[in-house]
Design a binder for this molecule. Structure first.
Ligand SMILES: C[S@@+](CC[C@H](N)C(=O)[O-])C[C@H]1O[C@@H](n2cnc3c(N)ncnc32)[C@H](O)[C@@H]1O
Length: 285
């Protein structure tokens, strides 16, 4: 079958699965899996191996597997990451966390990415700031294996240290009190919201990447308390949150240990990134 026929077939399958209009995704799948752009070269025959891969991919997508898992990759802030079911698919709104971290990180500074998943935030910071030292942590061995593979593929494995463990506990002890910027996108979906999530998310992405078993309030509370210990005076804590959580998370960053806390909106205008600065010591009299 030629490329246009493949896209027509795939589009109809995706329409039938309720994912319509399916033509655009079918075209994207064919291009991602075979390199053939069916709009530019509709008559080109699709080689049998590419056709088999494409048909399998359309079936997976029709079963509501996310597009990024089906093609196995995702662009995030200028880097291409391998993605699979071991870790959350990096979201565009999280790019704001990287933008802020890079803007606030001093030259040669130390950045920590708690809850790194695929390594997206840590690797994007390292790619954008070749002067930075970066530590990334996660509880999940599977996610860390994916992050390590991404670091190697991007040639960043010498610059990003991956550590397994619970939040700040995983950060090497010598970093205590000297972290310049911590960027964190923790699991923040409420357990009660699970059944309302899209099937793409609920049935395919790791639950522990989305829902904090202890509850999001407790998790952000521990992140903030750890920030008081691990950040240097004047260092920054940046947390992504759901819009409805931004104000209560910002409230955790007010008090004597912090001297600034605010919330920044994402590209869609929703409150998304909570930012707090570790208090500077008082001026000598
Ligand atoms: C929302 S995902 C974020 C992944 C990645 N930072 C991103 O933005 O694409 C949250 C990640 O936190 C990890 N995680 C959950 N609880 C944790 C904990 N207590 N300590 C460290 N990592 C944790 C999960 O395994 C998951 O990989």
């Amino acid at each position: 079958m030629n490329a246009a026929g493949m896209v027509r077939w795939g589009g109809a399958v995706l329409d039938g699965a309720g994912l319509g209009p399916g033509r655009r995704e079918a075209w994207l799948l064919l291009r991602a899996l075979s390199g053939i752009d069916a709009w530019l070269r509709p008559e080109v025959p699709v080689p049998p191996e590419a056709e088999a891969a494409y048909r399998a991919a359309v079936a997976r997508r029709a079963a509501r597997e996310p597009f990024a898992y089906v093609v196995g990759r995702r662009f995030f802030r200028g880097i291409e990451l391998a993605v699979d079911r071991r870790a959350l698919i990096p979201r565009p709104e999280t790019e704001g966390l990287v933008e802020q971290a890079c803007a606030l990180l001093p030259r040669g500074g130390l950045a920590v990415d708690l809850c790194t998943g695929s390594g997206a935030v840590a690797l994007a910071i390292a790619a954008e700031r070749p002067d930075a030292r970066v530590v990334a942590t996660d509880l999940s061995d599977a996610a860390l294996a994916l992050a390590a593979a991404n670091a190697r593929r991007l040639g960043l494995d010498g610059r990003v240290r991956l550590c397994r463990g619970d939040l700040w506990d995983a950060v090497p002890p010598e970093a205590r009190g000297s972290v310049d910027v911590c960027a964190c996108n923790p699991p923040y979906v409420e357990a009660g919201e699970w059944s309302d999530l899209d099937p793409e998310v609920r049935d395919f992405e790791p639950r522990e990447a989305l829902v904090a078993t202890e509850g999001w309030r407790s998790l952000y509370g521990r992140i903030a308390r750890g920030g008081e210990v691990w950040l240097r005076a004047g260092g920054w804590l940046l947390c992504e949150s759901a819009p409805a959580q931004a104000a209560p998370v910002a409230a955790l960053l007010r008090g004597p240990a912090w001297d600034a806390a605010d919330v920044m909106a994402d590209a869609g205008g929703a409150p998304r990134i909570v930012r707090g600065r570790r208090a500077l010591p008082p001026e000598p009299r």
